[in-house]
Design a protein around this ligand. Structure first.
Ligand code: ZN
Length: 236
């Protein structure tokens, strides 16, 4: 089973370097916000949802994301997905890398999807979830709490627990080998390629998590690097 992965851009913002790097300062660099579409015989599957309330997210993160999220009307997740030919109601599964607003807020538009979240992390985070999402996940039989396991053929979850207790990589078998979407365990390629741990983490734990992901995948993809678009446009 081979999946085709497409990053969909749903906005951008400028983030302080002390978030991006353990040794970072007050300068900012631009992050891209992504939703991922995974297409294959068992699909479509979506990884992360983008923010449904960019203004609220921007207000909550103003100290380290000065200026907030910038989003064009076309980058609103349902609009961006439909432009790519994906109707959210046809999405079979949504896998959430971690339960932060810019990654899960739009879950309720995926009314027919199974939602895969890391189990122990979900139990810790559930009381703090946005009310519409908590209500959505409580109805029907849609929530699937996962550990290190296969979700669908050629698609698995791998718990990493950095950045948020529920952080998990989503690993897809592709024509170019195994690709691990790391969520915010790494924000940027510089974290991975220069071995620069992100801010706010224990560097030894972070390196252990990255090694765990590397053992399972050929390519690691950070959560917010603008270069993801170029690298995937040119074949990954
Ligand atoms: Zn994020």
């Amino acid at each position: 089973m081979v999946w085709r992965l497409t990053p969909i851009r749903v906005g951008e913002c400028d983030v302080r370097d002390y978030i991006s790097f353990l040794d970072g300062g007050e300068a900012t660099r631009t992050y891209t916000l992504y939703v991922w579409v995974l297409e294959g015989p068992e699909g479509p599957v979506v990884v992360d949802t983008g923010p449904s309330d960019p203004e609220g997210f921007s207000n909550a993160t103003a100290s380290y994301i000065p200026g907030g999220v910038r989003q064009t009307p076309d980058e609103d997740t349902p609009v961006a997905l439909r432009r790519r030919g994906i109707d959210p109601s046809t999405v079979r599964a949504v896998v959430i890398t971690h339960l932060h607003g810019d990654h899960y807020d739009y879950l309720p538009i995926f009314g027919n999807a199974v939602v895969c979240v890391n189990g122990p992390g979900y139990r810790q985070a559930q009381d703090g979830l946005a009310a519409p999402v908590r209500g959505f996940l409580a109805t029907g039989d849609r929530l699937r709490l996962v550990g290190d396991e296969e979700i669908l053929p050629g698609l698995s979850a791998l718990h990493l627990g950095i950045h948020s207790p529920c952080s998990q990589a989503v690993i897809a078998a592709t024509a170019a080998g195994g690709v691990a979407l790391l969520g915010d365990v790494a924000y940027l390629y510089d974290n991975l390629e220069d071995d620069r741990p992100p801010g706010g983490c224990d560097p030894a734990e972070w390196r252990r998590a990255i090694a765990k992901a590397r053992a399972e995948a050929d390519h690691l993809v950070p959560g917010h690097d603008p270069r993801v678009m170029e690298r995937f446009a040119t074949g990954g």
